[in-house]
Write a protein that binds this ligand. Structure first.
Ligand code: NAD
Length: 261
């Protein structure tokens, strides 16, 4: 068993489904106590908590809209009340509201920017404040670790998804600039840029054989990614094994970025 996060506490946002759920389970399997944040789907979050408990892990579900300042504070308060400190924070919650650019409503633009970018700002800011307030803990070399889940669309343009690509480009520079600012405090900020991972957000791209065949043409490694692929990367970035990794976005994409757009 990987015990690289033994004794640590992690908050994972948007963890009632998809990549967040995969990261939460991988963290718990590596020994962390996990706060499974959800927005709307409490039942799914409780199921993830039950799955973790069935494997001998430790987790709680906490509802919070990551784009809402007061609710983000409540999320951290709940983590502290349950586990007494926070060592790892994964800003993962994200949405898509796709539209041709001239049809895109201001509401769809703002919803995506608020969840994907402002939400990551609020979560990362709360994490930095918490790490500074609690000081060094014995369970990790760093004062704290933040992982921002971005996308290969933080560098690959995406026609029809301008709001999403703009938000992820923003996440990349948020992550790098913050990493530079807080590295002297020994807070490590890194990112993960997933390619196509089998989750609800992109169901249309893999749920029929025709769609999947088209998708696989874009992936040199010849398979769609699974949430476990991202979970393993996140465990490594959260653990002391990556202690000298600062301000990097780990691309986990089966080689998608190797093809020019
Ligand atoms: P998903 O839809 O299963 O997960 C997104 C989660 O975020 C959901 O659980 C949702 O409830 C939650 N969420 C949405 N708004 C929220 C809010 N305001 N507050 C709290 N939680 C909120 O899809 P996923 O693929 O697991 O996406 C996770 C992250 O990975 C997203 O940031 C997404 O952009 C990114 N990503 C996914 C892929 C992919 O191929 N699946 C590729 C690149 C990046």
């Amino acid at each position: 068993m990987n015990s690289s996060l033994q004794g640590q506490t992690a908050i994972v946002t948007g963890a009632s489904s998809g990549i967040g759920a995969g990261i939460a389970k991988a963290f718990a399997a590596a020994g962390a106590s996990v706060v499974v944040n959800y927005h709307a789907n409490a039942a799914s979050a409780e199921q993830i908590v039950a799955d973790i408990a069935a494997q001998g892990g430790n987790a709680i579900a906490v509802g919070a809209d990551t784009g809402n300042e007061a609710q983000v504070e409540q999320l951290f308060d709940a983590a502290l009340a349950a586990f007494g400190g926070v060592d790892v924070v994964v800003a993962n919650a994200g949405i898509q509201r796709d539209a041709a650019f001239d049809q895109m409503s201001l509401a769809d633009w703002q919803a995506v920017i608020n969840t994907n970018l402002t939400g990551q700002f609020l979560i990362a800011r709360a994490a930095v404040r918490q790490f500074k307030a609690q000081g060094q803990r014995p369970v990790s070399k760093a004062l704290g670790k933040i992982i921002c889940v971005s996308s290969v669309h933080d560098v690959i343009p995406w026609a029809g998804h301008v709001n999403y690509a703009a938000s992820k480009g923003g996440v990349m520079m948020l992550m790098k600039s913050l990493a530079q600012e807080v590295a002297p405090l020994r807070i490590r900020v890194n990112g993960i840029s997933p390619g196509a991972i089998r989750t609800p957000i992109n169901k249309d791209a893999w749920s029929t054989p025709e769609a999947l065949e088209k998708l696989l043409e874009l992936i040199p490694y010849g398979r769609i990614g699974e949430v476990e692929d991202i979970g393993k990367a996140a465990v490594w970035l959260a653990s002391d094994d990556s202690d000298y990794v600062v301000g990097t976005s780990l691309v986990v994409d089966g080689g998608v970025l190797l093809y020019p757009e």
